[in-house]
Design a protein around this ligand. Structure first.
Ligand code: MRU
Length: 351
């Protein structure tokens, strides 16, 4: 997005509130909204007004700051308890993207270290802003590493939106694409629409078109056929959580990975270290299930009979053996991942 645009989600110091771009309105309307309570923020996250793993991490940390600055508690123990409960409430809004809990925990840890309520408020706001600023640096750094995976002239398929709107700015998978374009490469993007909420058609196409990057929208179901016809050179997607054995990302990612492997096309994931959850395995992770209305209705138009059962997983898991590389801010990780993840654990410990 143009550099002069507001960030996807930001702390507004003058009002002590969170401002964000409402992603449910795009591409029809571009509106900046404000949250003044954690209840507002929880609603915005559940409705996907704020979405995408890194943006959820920033929103989570800012949600803790919001609970802190709005608290009227004067006793430090009561204050810390109140803010911790607000953090737990925010964590419950979306279970799969690990960044949400990660951002909340970072700000909560600062509050736990404070010697007074005022100090805790200042520390929480500072930490939330640090999470946001680091995210921009992280995206630009991983973008630079990932751009090296792109040929000088190539067509890349992406799924969902792992762009500026999913982060503070720049993006992870789209950050890599932006960095490749900035490095002078001729990149054409195929954006899957990403049913049922259309993050690909609504958000990825909007972002890339505004940046003047060549983007073509396809239905999710035509990806494998385009691979078969030799029209895709590589795939790159973001991630909501990376466990010891799998990458969780928007539903539909797994089928692209299977198709890419079948056609001998590289399948890459771009994600910050904050998305890694290496103490867990795929089977331990809760995959969010969303409401029937997302599948059974399109606005006012009914798309399914009233009595039909609906199964609406928001994410899927791609086994790591289908992933050719994971692009992070500390470099490009390659199989065998058990060995390359040792590097990430070291990164986690040093934070
Ligand atoms: O349900 P969403 O829109 O929050 O899902 C987002 C994704 O699956 C993204 O690909 C992921 O969070 C990575 S964003 C850099």
């Amino acid at each position: 997005m143009p550099e002069s645009e507001p960030y996807t989600v930001a702390w507004e110091a003058e009002t002590g509130s969170i401002v964000y771009i409402d992603q449910t309105l795009l591409p029809g309307r571009y509106e900046v909204m404000r949250c003044t309570t954690t209840t507002d923020l929880a609603r915005a996250i559940r409705r996907l007004e704020i979405r995408g793993a890194p943006a959820l991490g920033i929103a989570g940390a800012m949600g803790v700051a919001l609970a802190a600055v709005r608290s009227t508690a004067t006793d430090l123990d009561r204050f810390q308890d109140e803010v911790r409960r607000a953090g737990d409430f925010l964590k419950s809004t979306r279970p799969t993207a690990v960044n949400l809990a990660w951002g909340i925990d970072r700000a909560i840890r600062k509050i736990a270290m404070a010697a007074s309520v005022d100090e805790a408020k200042a520390l929480a706001v500072a930490e939330a802003n640090a999470v946001a600023e680091e995210d921009e640096l992280t995206c630009r750094r991983l973008g630079g590493f990932g751009a090296e995976l792109f040929a000088d002239d190539c067509t890349v398929l992406t799924h969902c939106n792992a762009g500026a709107l999913a982060c503070r700015c720049w993006g992870t998978a789209l950050g890599v694409i932006r960095s490749a374009v900035a490095a002078g490469k001729n990149v054409r993007v195929i954006s899957c629409e990403t049913r049922p909420l259309n993050q690909g058609s609504r958000l990825t196409c909007w972002e890339l078109a505004r940046d003047g990057i060549d983007v073509t929208l396809i239905p999710d179901s035509s990806a494998a056929y385009l691979m078969r016809k030799g029209k895709i050179d590589l795939v790159i997607v973001g991630a909501d959580r990376i466990t010891q054995d799998a990458v969780f990302n928007k539903i539909g990612t797994y089928m692209h990975a299977v198709a890419a492997r079948h056609h001998g096309i590289p399948f890459y994931v771009a994600a910050p270290v904050s998305t890694f959850d290496l103490s867990r395995r795929e089977a331990e992770i809760t995959v969010e299930e969303r409401g029937r209305e997302e599948l059974a209705w399109c606005g006012e138009r009914k798309l399914a009979p009233d009595d039909v059962k609906v199964l609406n997983y928001a994410f899927d898991a791609t086994p790591l053996d289908l992933v050719d590389a994971i692009v992070t801010e500390v470099g490009v990780l390659r199989p065998p991942y058990a060995a390359s993840f040792r590097f990430i654990r070291t990164g986690e410990e040093s934070r």
